[in-house]
Write a protein that binds this ligand. Structure first.
Ligand code: WT7
Length: 632
């Protein structure tokens, strides 16, 4: 682990001068069945990236079995339920081993084999993590779908990677809500005929429909399964999981991560960024508040903390239930030392006032983290002052579903921090700023599009079933470089600040949503002729969703229509993609070739109507006036 700024600089230098030697040494700290024959094989044209070529191992052996010698009785997870002080559970590394093996054996009994895809549609309970690890244990590929997605979004993801098995629960608690998860699965499966078995964990007790041929109750089979299961021997480049994420065009893409590089990089980044004490008797306790339906949960709830052998909290609920003090209450209750959350949560809690913070001591905290979207300076200061009591370094961690692990971040207490800056790249990460034409922007105090010029172990390998799409989305804009889709500033000291997406992807409450996806959901409403969606600045969510919608003049009452459009989006994607504002318009600003000028719509949504730029190239410039007048 890097412990001083000097050491960071030395390691960084080494990682650039001789990446293979650098990663060889780090990968050597894991347990392998067979050592790799070549550290790295790559080109960014196809693209083709292979790390630790021919290495054989199993990630769960490294995340679980390896620790059983000294840490069998150490806590792997503390589970905090949605309701206060109900059913909270402690899962030791030994318990984790046994449960993962039971689920693994159950999956095997269903005929699941290495390479088969398994969909996991579950809330934040320990069984969800067991399920992911059980897949990894037997070499099955998990595809976790965030349990807030609608049945049609779920169906699309199940079909895209052809899952044979779905793991789910009867229901899910979220604050005051009790969500019927199984019913969503039932509806999705009407269009997913390839699914053979559904394993249902009874969590809320909500009555569920049971299809006798297909559905099996977890509690009736898993407890009877053997608590040992020989891990499948995996190749470094075998697929570990698929996770769907939104892009600027089309349907969500299945980002593919492979076993070796993902294991090495997520663990390395976790240890160095958070600087936890990983000794056996350490009292350090990690809490990442993300959902395992997103990459943050995959990397920093399920995999990295276990690979590093630490203890962490899994939280089922939401930050505002039963009140806005919940996070702080949980931190005091378990003495959380390392806390990792999203700016949107910080802003939402800040807005509720300090009365929800002051009852709590928060004196166990040592390190605070931020992830998912740019953290504005005000939220950073509030977090630093009121939660960290000005003694906890804040690590603002920039990364993406595609990067697998944290790419640019301070190392807690080791490298400098600066509000609203992710600061410096981790060793092994080679960022580069380019202009629109792809020319490198050199020097400091500059701004450009953020690319990465050299492979790192946990990078995306392909988009499932469509390698051309992976090339097109990430490696074609600037040939020879991985393009992140983010704009970025490098300050006079060489610190990086992510300024936000430069493509048609929105970041709403830290969730990534494509404008094209929302438009296609809105267009599914029978009365909608056409729509255009843009993001606009939102105090709490970071970005809100602004939809411009054309409907025939004869249609019904606009208020009813807007409600129906929202319902349509809920049905096709899920509540996270719900437009915050819908403006009914008679036309959209288009170029003569028929392209919607989003730049103009974005400016209007932002309220920057005096700076619309040149609109003379529009097919019909008068629509702009109308839209400006009707702005919400
Ligand atoms: C996009 C990736 C990485 C885990 C969660 C999101 C934005 C992420 C930061 C940060 C500024 C950030 C970027 C990125 N983003 N972290 N610390 N500062 N922006 O993963 O859903 O794949 O979204 O989130 O725009 O491209 P994701």
């Amino acid at each position: 682990m890097i412990t001083t700024f000097e050491e960071y600089k030395k390691e960084y230098q080494k990682s650039i001068e001789n990446p293979e030697a650098f990663w060889d040494e780090i990968a050597g700290q894991f347990s392998w069945k067979q050592k790799w024959t070549k550290t790295l094989d790559w080109n960014f044209d196809e693209p083709n990236v292979k790390w630790f070529v021919d290495g054989k191992f199993n990630i769960t052996e490294n995340a679980i079995d390896r620790h059983l010698l000294g840490r069998a009785n150490q806590t792997a997870f503390i589970w905090e339920s949605n309701a206060i002080d109900v059913d909270n559970r402690v899962i030791t590394y030994q318990n984790l081993h046994d449960e993962v093996c039971r689920v693994a054996n159950t999956l095997k009994s269903f005929g699941v084999k290495k390479g088969d895809r398994v969909c996991i549609y579950m809330p934040m309970i320990p069984e969800t993590v067991f399920s992911m690890l059980a897949c990894a244990r037997i070499g099955a590929v998990h595809s976790v779908v965030f349990a807030g997605f609608s049945s049609s979004a779920l169906a699309g993801r199940i079909q895209d990677c052809d899952c044979k098995i779905v793991l789910t629960t009867d229901g899910a608690y979220r604050g005051v809500k009790d969500i019927p998860i199984k019913a969503v699965v039932d509806e999705a499966l009407e269009t997913c005929l390839g699914v053979e078995k559904v394993l249902v964990y009874k969590h809320t007790g909500t009555p569920v429909f049971i299809n006798k041929e297909r559905d099996i109750i977890w509690q009736e089979v898993v407890p009877n399964a053997l608590s040992t299961c020989t891990p499948e021997v995996m190749d470094s480049e075998d697929v570990l999981f698929i996770l769907y994420t939104s892009g600027s065009t089309g349907k969500p893409k299945g980002v593919v991560h492979t076993c070796g590089g993902y294991m090495v990089y997520t663990c390395y980044s976790f240890q160095n960024v958070f600087q936890m004490n990983t000794e056996q008797n350490s009292n350090d306790l990690f809490w990442c508040t993300a959902d395992v339906g997103w990459i943050t949960g995959h990397s920093y709830i399920t995999y990295a903390p276990l690979l590093a052998g630490v203890s962490s909290v899994i939280f089922e609920g939401v930050p505002t239930f039963p009140d806005a003090g919940r996070f702080w209450k949980v931190i005091d209750k378990y003495k959380v030392t390392h806390f990792y959350t999203a700016p949107t949560a910080i802003r939402a809690l800040e807005a509720q006032g300090l009365d929800f913070v002051t009852p709590y001591k928060l004196d166990s905290l040592k390190v605070l983290g931020s992830v998912g979207e740019p953290i504005n300076e005000e939220a950073w200061q509030w977090y630093h002052k009121n939660i960290g009591k000005e003694k906890c370094p804040i690590v603002d961690t920039w990364w993406q579903t595609e990067t697998g692990g944290i790419m640019i971040s301070a190392l807690a207490g080791v490298t400098p921090t600066k509000p609203s800056y992710a600061t410096m790249p981790l060793p092994g990460i080679q960022p580069m700023l380019v202009d629109e034409k792809g020319n490198e922007i050199i020097g400091n105090d500059v701004e450009g599009n953020l690319c990465i010029k050299f492979p790192w172990p946990s990078m995306i390998r392909t988009t499932y079933g469509d390698h051309a799409r992976c090339k097109q989305a990430y490696f074609e804009t600037y040939p020879g470089l991985y393009f992140t889709g983010d704009g970025c500033r490098r300050d006079e000291n060489g610190f990086y600040r992510i300024t936000g997406r430069v493509d048609d992807v929105m970041n709403v409450s830290g969730h990534r949503i494509g404008t094209a996806e929302v438009e296609s959901a809105i267009n599914a409403h029978i009365d909608v002729v056409e729509s255009a969606v843009v993001g606009y600045p939102h105090d709490i969510k970071g970005q809100g969703i602004y939809a411009y919608v054309i409907v025939p003049s004869t249609t019904k009452n606009h208020d009813i229509l807007k409600k129906e459009i929202i319902a349509e989006v809920n049905k096709i994607i899920g509540p996270i993609a719900k437009p915050d504002k819908i403006q009914i318009v008679s036309g959209l600003p288009k170029t003569r070739s028929g392209k919607i000028m989003r730049r103009i719509l974005r400016k209007i949504a932002e309220g920057d109507v005096n700076n619309l730029g040149d609109i003379s190239t529009l097919l019909d410039p008068t629509v702009v006036d109308e839209i400006v007048k009707g702005k919400l």
